[in-house]
Design a protein around this ligand. Structure first.
Ligand SMILES: Cc1cc2nc3c(=O)[nH]c(=O)nc-3n(C[C@H](O)[C@H](O)[C@H](O)COP(=O)(O)OP(=O)(O)OC[C@H]3O[C@@H](n4cnc5c(N)ncnc54)[C@H](O)[C@@H]3O)c2cc1C
Length: 177
């Protein structure tokens, strides 16, 4: 008689929630597959520092495969989830479909504009690394009408401005797809 297949648990999202779920299931008698559209986990609490050009983007991007290396029953698939077929227990993705026995959804949240006119078009959002990098040249502009307006900018502001112009490497090293 063949060996009974272990239940397959698919976790969508390699943020704090998804990684915590994976960590809880590691070493349990289940097969776990973590799915994320990116190949890296982003440590959001330091996103502000990237937007302020104080640290490089790669300082807060951790290759997911590296994070999972010590978990023998956990795999990773880089894919964008586009739909769920609840009846067939299958994820539709931008690649091949992914079958599951149990599904954990941890895809995070979207930024909300609360319907305020102009926000979607003109505001800088801060929910991923690309947005943090896009905001980099702008923090000093916030001084214009706010605290410190009218006074000579301190040296740190000029330095920040210069650093904001520097090209940044976007990729995450050591994490092939
Ligand atoms: C700038 C900033 C600073 C923060 N600072 C703090 C802090 O100091 N302390 C604190 O406790 N919290 C902080 N938070 C909040 C905290 O980061 C969030 O509560 C937490 O990240 C939510 O975790 P999550 O796993 O639900 O979602 P996320 O961390 O957003 O992870 C979701 C994951 O799902 C993936 N995903 C989404 N959709 C799909 C899809 N369709 N297909 C495949 N993959 C998908 C994404 O790529 C992402 O990796 C901060 C948030 C931000 C934005």
């Amino acid at each position: 008689m063949g060996k009974r297949r272990q239940p397959r648990i698919v976790v969508v999202g390699a943020g704090f929630g998804g990684l915590w779920a994976v960590r809880t299931l590691a070493f349990e008698p289940v097969e776990v597959l973590l799915v994320d559209r990116r190949n890296h986990h982003t440590f959001f609490p330091l996103l502000y520092q990237v937007a302020a050009a104080e640290i490089e983007p790669e300082a807060i991007a951790f290759p997911i495969r590296g994070l999972l290396r010590r978990f023998p029953n956990v795999g990773f698939e880089m894919a964008e989830v586009q739909g769920i077929d609840l009846t067939a227990r299958r994820l539709e993705t931008d690649g091949p479909p992914i079958d599951y026995d149990f599904l954990i959804l941890a895809p995070g949240s979207l930024a909300h504009t609360f319907g305020v006119p102009g926000v979607a078009e003109h505001a800088f959002f801060l929910k991923d690394l690309d947005q943090a990098v896009a905001a980099q040249p702008h923090p000093v502009g916030f001084r214009a009408g706010g605290p410190g307006a009218g006074s000579a900018p301190p040296a740190a502001s000029a330095d920040l401005r210069d650093r904001g112009r520097r090209p940044h490497r976007r990729g995450v090293r050591g994490s092939p797809r």
